[in-house]
Design a protein. Sequence first.
Length: 344
Amino acid sequence: MTDEFRPTLLLTMGDPTGIGPEMTARILAEGSIREAVDIILLGDRRILEMGKAQAGVSFEVDLIDVPGAADHSAKAIPMIDLANMDPATITLGKPDPKVGALVGDTLKAAVEMARSGAVHGICFAPLHKKAMFDGGYRFNDEHQLFAHLLGFNGVFREMNVLDGQWMSRVTSHVSLREALDLITHDRIIEALRLTDTMLRRAGTEAPRIAVAALNPHNGEGGLFGTEEIDIIRPAVEAAQAEGIDCQGPFPSDTVYLKAFAGDFDSVVAMYHDQGQIATKLKGFNKGVTVTSGLPIVFTTPAHGTAHDIVGKGIADTGAFVTAIKLATKLATAQHGVQSEGQPE
């Protein structure tokens, strides 16, 4: 059943003050991404036209009212025009709360369509979190926004994927001072469970997970802090007892070398930059961010809006293409999980 399934993804152009519209236009004009997935573009057609001009590309769109009206066999790109953003009111390269509010409205519309079952996942171009926050969507990041819109109260995390490596973390978009208080036994186990689940869903049959230490030199036997002894190691052992193949803690300045060398499939970091610095140095234009744990698939490039190069026609689409491909894979896998036990 899963082999015959072809997912439908909603594509949104992110914050139009950045490179999202340009990247979206270039990817859709190239066209090969549609070989494995059905795409519906959601946003303002005028923003798309702006992106096409920035990228120097041209293609037809088929304006539709609902996802079910899309003709995916046609050459034209199915698009739902929200008509909610006027390029004439947008200043490129400059964050704007008014634009951030409209970006939030677009994502809200996307989630509503996905909740109805009309599409199987959402892939979005880079957002500007502060613009959205100041525009009225008072969440530290889009992951919290998605959970709120879905009424989801379970465990979810931001994860980054690069060259098959799944990087997770115990804490994310909070201050470092606050993150230290959030590093607890239960949260570490939650992160390990979710990482193991997501890796299996993505096709890794026996995930190998490394856990990063919090303190320098893995705490140096308690000399530089005892969190490794008191919190992290016991959580790793508890997860091992559940059948999760995890090891650590390892010194955080070397654990990513082990992972990128192939010793592990994933690293669970304790806080945001501990993992992000390593992965972005490894491949800034290739990484993908996944909102893991939610009932709907969400992916996006791991980089930002790149205000410094917007409108120059040079934005690299690599991470966005990879995000679409990963969303396709995860949506297909999720369909298979949901279909298990159902009658043919």
